[in-house]
Design a protein around this ligand. Sequence first.
Ligand SMILES: Cc1cc2nc3c(=O)[nH]c(=O)nc-3n(C[C@H](O)[C@H](O)[C@H](O)COP(=O)(O)O)c2cc1C
Length: 210
Amino acid sequence: MSNVLEALKWRYATKQFDTEKKLSADQVATLKEALRLSPSSFGLQPWRFVFVENVELRTKLRAAGYDQPQFTDASHLVVLATEKNIDAALIKKYVQSIADAKNIAVENLAGFSGMLNGAIGAKGEEGARDWAARQAYIALGVLLTTAALEGIDAAPMEGFDPKAADEILNLTERGLESRVAVGLGFRSESDQAATAPKIRYNEADMFITL
Ligand SMILES: Cc1cc2nc3c(=O)[nH]c(=O)nc-3n(C[C@H](O)[C@H](O)[C@H](O)COP(=O)(O)O)c2cc1C
C-alpha cells in the first residue's frame, strides 16, 4: 500500500491532544508551506491562514466552539479565513503578482484580468463569498493530508460560532471571515477516537462509473 493510503488510515479527527507534545519549527514550516502551495480556482488564493498562539484567544475560541478541548490543547491552532470582498482590488493584487512572477508588464494581462473580473462579478457578492469558502476547504484538504503524511495529528473543526470567532480574532477589521479551524499536534494516549473504526461507505456505494 502506498504511504499516502497508510497515512490516510492512520489519521483521524483527533479529539484529545497531548498537551505536552509540541510541533517543531520545521513541522510548522512544512504545514505552512503546504497551505501556501494549495491550489485555488483561478489561482486567486482568497484566504488568510491565522495561526493563533495567544492562549487567551484560544480559550475564547474554545468557548465559542462548544468547549471543544482541541481549541486549547493542540500544539497549534490555525483558523482558515477568507476575504469578505472578492473585488477588483483583490484581483488587481493577484494579477500584479502574476506579472511580477513572470516578469512581464501587467498590461499584458489585461485580457485575463477582464475575464477574472467578469467571472467573479457574475457570482454576485454572496456567490463570491461562498466561492471563497470552497477554496478554503481545498486548503483544508491539503493541510489534513500533509499533516497525515508528516505524522502530525489534526482536528478539523467547523463546530464554532464563526461570527464570534471573527470578533475574537479581529478578523472583521481585516476584511476576513473565519471558515474552519484546525488543531494540530499529537494525539493523547487516552484518546479513544484513535482506535475507533473508520466509518466510510464502501466502493459500491461511493463510486459511479459511467
Ligand atoms: C470540515 C470539517 C469540520 C469538522 N468539524 C468538527 C468539529 O467541529 N468537531 C469534531 O469533533 N469533529 C469535526 N470534524 C471531524 C469529522 O467528524 C470527521 O472527520 C469525520 O467523522 C470522519 O472521521 P475521521 O476524520 O476520524 O476519519 C470535522 C471534519 C471536517 C472535514
